[in-house]
Write a protein that binds this ligand. Sequence first.
Ligand code: CA
Ligand code: CA
Ligand code: CA
Length: 363
Amino acid sequence: MRLASIPTLAIALALGGCFVVTPGHRDDVLNNTGTDAGTDGAVPPGTDAGVDGGGSTNLLVDSCGDSSATYEILRDSRSPFIVDTTSLVNRVSTCGTGASPGNDGFLAVEVTAGDLWHFHVIPDPATPGQDRDPFLYLVLASGSSCDTRACQHSSNSCLGGGDEHFAFVAPEDGIWYLGIDDANPGGGVYQIEAIRLQCGDGMKVHGEACDGSATCSSSCQEILSETRPNEVEANDNPIEANFVEIPSATNEITLSGNIGGGTCTYPDVFDFRIGDDNSALTVDILKSDGTVCDNASLTPFNIILRSSAGETRAGPMTDPVTGCAQLRVTGLSAAAYYVYLEHDAPIEDRIVPYQVRLRVTPP
Ligand SMILES: [Ca+2]
Ligand SMILES: [Ca+2]
Ligand SMILES: [Ca+2]
């Protein structure tokens, strides 16, 4: 996937929050606790190993764009490292819809247009007694200045001490700062993993749905089809969305999946193509017997249609009689689209199984 526009960034950021972390992911991090990621060998936590051999330069800077500070700029993947914001100050108290009274530290990342990056941040499990709730956002540096009032695309998808993830597509060459913030006041110690995704190298890394397997698309998305209709998690952002092949014979497909069951608001994201201008799309949630949802309790989530540029095209909608989430759209152009199943608050008490039917009606 090579996308190079501001709206593209918006989609990846706004919707590229955290996803379900498998035990494997977590082990990868914990096994590296307290060690530096650099390829040049171990140095103390919180300091830079630096592939440049530059010694103990900080990775985190107190004030983004501070030209008097010495810090390393990330240009490639970095396996887990530790940062500490306890001696920093609170600079950004709100970003997007969320409050972020915690201290702020900034991680500088120099990107090339089209790069896919994924950041994984967790409160350091080796630091006991922390009351941390990681909150992430992005700030673009303009020359040497960096205006935190322009913070964008905050991510606080998980309550409490849960992991946060941040995925984005670089819209242009430049330096961006990832704000490491917190929904609780004060500072903390966090583990950060930074991954520059390289789709097509045959190696699946954290933040990539797949790479090179038989069911993997050329954009490193798991392919769903009539014969493979079950969602493959993690599929909670546009980069890792499931790619849906809608059969041309019937122009419809029914997928199944699960949502909820935790303290995070992970959506399920499905990427698909509409082949003809002026097509219509309906999306319905089905009951286990294949009939359309007739009770709103079956859909404790919304259905949203977004363009590949991240703009909301339709939704949320509900059936006026049953209250079930649904989608009815006409006049769609031939293009790529995403269907999101998303909820505003975590569905903590249960995992909600669903069947979702996408039906395209060509002109
Ligand atoms: Ca803050
Ligand atoms: Ca790869
Ligand atoms: Ca799911």
